[in-house]
Design a protein around this ligand. Structure first.
Ligand code: F6P
Length: 363
């Protein structure tokens, strides 16, 4: 009797609303149309290193469409090509890819669907180079993956950030304060840009446009004089002053991208209060943007991407990820992702739109 086709699914990197919707779509399509055996690989690449698996039957992927997080667990540390291991009491980095490839062969995976951001997809492209049939699905709330116009999770993050701005508006207005809202976005300010426009932010600060604190202070004072005795400043965690540096929250040595940002809003708040004399508060939204149920837009996108990835598996389009190009889906080489993040260009139309309605970028 011919053995069933066996497909592994893993989720890597930070969690993101819509991950379960993708898992569900990949698994359901392959089970319904091809009676494929689906194996969930637990905790991202950690599962391939340590052989942590669980079989996913149809019932296991039912009822997870609206669920936040990932039923498989994830890791933003595990990396077969640079894995942190203990050696004589010290943490050292080791290439354990040969063992991982052996494990994959032992498991008889016909292919593996890797759902993740730049780190996860870059590792997937290395595994492909080493002979593993992989298919990628781009994921991140940051919306900054090269080769795709949009990623699932972004719409949800923007919706949560916008709600945060709306809620802070009332306090800003009632107390005549400056309110800074810090959102995620290390190298790309997509969340700050979209939520800033949607929430009517007076100033939007993004990593791509370095700011000048004096300019921000004079804008805030001008608004005050004009009778708008409050200001809302939406700031991406990776925003920095002209010629200055980002604010680092912590270093995670084991991680491919070791630096974790956070705190620019606190620093700016203090400086602005000193420069303007206006009471200022800062709120860091941080991981709130990644939590909970995906929006309907993200549920639809995740379902489209998941079914497209299942089709890639069937057609043996390996070494590729599903990219969104305009209104359709395209196969994009995984190695594209490693070329760096998709940042906001100087001539971005939304930046111009924001400037047209009087929003400043602090530049
Ligand atoms: O890439 C997703 C992301 O949420 C970034 O926006 C943020 O800088 C980073 O992950 C935070 O990572 P961690 O969850 O490890 O703090």
């Amino acid at each position: 009797m011919k053995r069933k086709m066996r497909v592994g699914i893993l989720t890597g990197g930070g969690d993101c609303p819509g991950l379960n919707a993708v898992i569900r779509a990949v698994a359901k399509k392959l089970i319904i149309e091809n009676n494929v055996e689906i194996i969930g690989i637990k905790d991202g690449y950690e599962g391939l290193i340590r052989n942590y698996y669980k079989r996913l039957d149809y019932a296991d992927v039912s009822g997870i469409l609206t669920l936040g997080g990932t039923i498989l667990g994830t890791s933003n540390i595990a990396n077969p090509y640079r894995q942190a291991v203990k050696h004589r009491g010290k943490t050292v980095m080791r290439d354990v890819s040969k063992k991982v490839i052996e494990n994959i062969k032992k498991m008889k995976f016909d292919s593996i669907v890797c759902i993740g951001g730049d780190g996860t997809l870059t590792i997937a492209s290395l595994l492909y180079k080493d002979g593993i049939p992989v298919v990628g699905v781009p994921k991140t709330i940051d919306n900054d993956i090269r080769g795709t116009d949009v990623t699932f999770g972004f719409d949800t993050a923007v919706a949560i950030a916008t709600e945060g701005i709306d809620r802070l508006h009332t306090t800003a207005q009632s107390h005549h304060r400056v309110m800074l809202v810090e959102v995620m976005g290390r190298t790309a300010g997509w969340i700050a840009l979209y939520a800033g426009i949607a929430g009517g932010g007076d100033i939007i600060l993004i990593p791509e446009i370095p700011f000048e604190i004096e300019k921000i202070a004079s804008l805030v004072k001008e608004r005050y004089k004009r009778g708008s005795r409050f200001s809302i400043i939406v700031v991406a965690e990776g925003a920095k002053p002209k010629g200055g540096k980002v604010v680092i929250k912590r270093i995670v040595q084991e991680s491919t991208i070791a630096v974790r940002l956070g705190g620019i809003s606190m620093l700016l708040g203090k400086q602005l209060e000193e420069l303007t004399g206006i009471e200022t508060r800062a709120v860091m939204m941080g991981h709130l943007l990644r939590g909970g149920s995906p929006t309907s837009t993200d549920r639809v996108l995740a379902t489209q991407l998941g079914t497209a990835a299942a089709e890639f598996v069937r057609k043996k389009k390996f070494g590729m990820m599903v990219g969104v190009k305009g209104n359709s889906f395209a196969a994009v080489a995984l190695k594209e992702v490693a070329k760096g993040p998709r940042i906001i260009k100087a001539n971005n139309q939304l930046v111009s739109v924001a400037r047209c309605v009087g929003t400043s970028f602090g530049d």
